[in-house]
Design a protein around this ligand. Structure first.
Ligand SMILES: *Cc1c(COP(=O)(O)O)cnc(C)c1O
Length: 469
């Protein structure tokens, strides 16, 4: 399988080539030239496979340049009971009202980013060692992505991670998660500033081509195709666990921000998985909900992006959305290019003429949730079932309830565990959420972090002194 750009300006490349790149050279995103199709018979033959082997089956259709035995070894190393604290890796639990919870947050950082990152860590190390090269990952995080990347890449050969975080602005639990890592290839840098300033430093370093080339800077951001491909696996897994025979339909509800998670659902559905609906849930930052309701895509500037109690969804410019629009306009790269040009000019584009297709052809429906909705949903699910859900998952449950249909299981993706966002749980239920047993002492472990001024030159000097060569 070869990959092309959504804007048409990239010579087709293999999986391993796009793995280490960010944006395509024309500013677009890499997508498969053609999506693989999975027949009903093949799907039935996957019933009962352990998660790691299902991941091998799905990923082997995307990573066609990695020999099968090697890929199977990578998926078996990524998806173990030990890393995911669960025999199923992704457990399925019933809730009330026809809903079930697909547990994507059993990994080391208690959020669904681990599902893709653990595979990415394995495949990065593999490809770098094959090519005899190294990579220095530089990123900024306000919480979930940075820690998932660090846990996936800790101790891996040929790769170092430099993760900038805003000094004093993460929760005690999030700080402890990242800063307690003692691996020599993990560098936590706390900058005296806010997240956007940390992000600006990363952009400045990546924009300095000489520095970028000399130190082989890389990224693990949400547009990485390998992450999207790894996420496709759990839609197959969820369908296989929720059905008993071929052709049965399942709907999925997805708490969304950058459109990465639900894009993987769209890919799975396009590959032939019998998904009835993809229910997109946003919080108050409802740019995507607005698009699916009106057909107009209008990203918002940072000052119009609210800080909410489901903070990992506080995103107003969904970086993966372009891949869905590419399909929506019939994979017409020239049209995608024109749409993004008009957005740069006018701040929005209008695809309302295609609106009838959103649901009929692609199964997409959407809804938004508020802080009060989250509190009420956390309470109602707890009262009805005894299950404690996190605020992001609560956004998904709230919106999913409007789209439940008799005879169609509705699987809500659990994108984080409640212990990660305990303040909101306390507000909803009057008591905090406790972390899983193995993490009870996390906050008392020794921490390893360099604190420095929010200054490009200072961070650059630190990277020069500690980079993998
Ligand atoms: C990243 C994240 C999301 C949003 O996922 P996208 O792929 O960006 O749409 C939702 N919930 C949690 C807890 C997250 O960490």
């Amino acid at each position: 399988m070869k990959y092309i750009s959504t804007r048409g300006g990239m010579t087709p490349l293999q999986f391993s080539d796009i793995l280490l790149e960010g944006l395509a050279p024309d500013g677009g995103l890499a997508v498969p030239e053609q999506l693989p199709q999975v027949s009903a018979d093949t799907l039935e033959s996957w019933r009962g496979l352990p998660y790691a082997d299902l991941a091998f089956e799905v990923l082997s259709m995307f990573a066609t340049d990695i020999p099968a035995d090697d890929l199977r070894r990578l998926t078996r190393a990524a998806y173990t009971q030990q890393i995911f604290n669960s025999e199923d890796i992704v457990p399925l639990r019933p809730l009330d009202g026809g809903l079930s919870l697909l547990g994507l947050s059993e990994g080391p950082t208690l959020a669904f980013k681990d599902m893709a990152m653990q595979f990415l860590g394995q495949v990065f190390e593999y490809v770098l060692s094959k090519r005899g090269t190294t990579l220095n990952i530089v990123g900024a995080t306000s919480g979930d992505t940075g820690s998932a990347a660090e846990y996936a890449l800790r101790g891996k050969k040929g790769v170092a991670v430099f993760m900038l975080s805003p000094h004093g602005r993460m929760s005690a639990f999030q700080r402890a998660q990242m800063y307690s890592l003692q691996d020599e290839n993990i560098h936590n840098i706390a900058v005296r500033g806010v997240f956007d300033e940390a992000q600006d430093i990363v952009k400045a370093l990546a924009g300095d081509l000489e520095f970028k080339t000399k130190y082989r800077l890389g990224a693990v951001n949400s547009i990485n195709w390998a992450r999207i491909a790894a996420q496709v696996v759990y839609y197959f897994h969820g369908w296989l666990r929720a059905t008993s025979k071929a052709g049965e339909q399942v709907s999925f509800a997805v708490p969304s921000g950058n459109f990465g998670n639900i894009l993987s659902g769209h890919i799975a559905r396009s590959m032939g998985l019998p998904i009835r609906r993809l229910v997109l849930a946003t919080n108050e930052n409802n740019v995507l909900e607005e698009f699916f309701r009106t057909g107009v895509y209008r990203p918002r500037p940072a000052e119009q992006t609210y800080a909410t109690s489901s903070p990992s969804m506080d995103i107003s410019r969904a970086s993966n959305f372009e891949r869905f629009v590419f399909d929506l306009v019939g994979r017409d790269a020239a049209r995608v290019k024109a749409l993004w040009a008009s957005m740069a000019r006018d701040g929005s584009f209008d695809l309302s003429s295609l609106k009838p297709q959103f649901e009929e052809r692609y199964g997409f429906v959407s809804g938004a949730s508020s802080h009060d909705d989250r509190l009420a949903t956390i309470r109602s699910v707890y009262d009805a079932t005894g299950v404690l859900i996190d605020p992001h998952t609560a956004d998904g449950v709230k919106v999913a309830r409007d789209f439940v249909e008799p005879g169609v299981p509705m699987l809500v993706l659990e994108t984080a565990l409640p212990a990660k966002f305990s303040e909101t749980i306390e507000q909803a239920l009057g008591r905090p959420a406790t972390p899983p047993g193995n993490l009870a002492d996390l906050e008392s472990l020794p921490q390893r972090v360099e604190t420095m001024d929010c200054d490009v030159a200072t961070v650059r000097r630190y990277i020069e002194a500690h980079a993998k060569v």
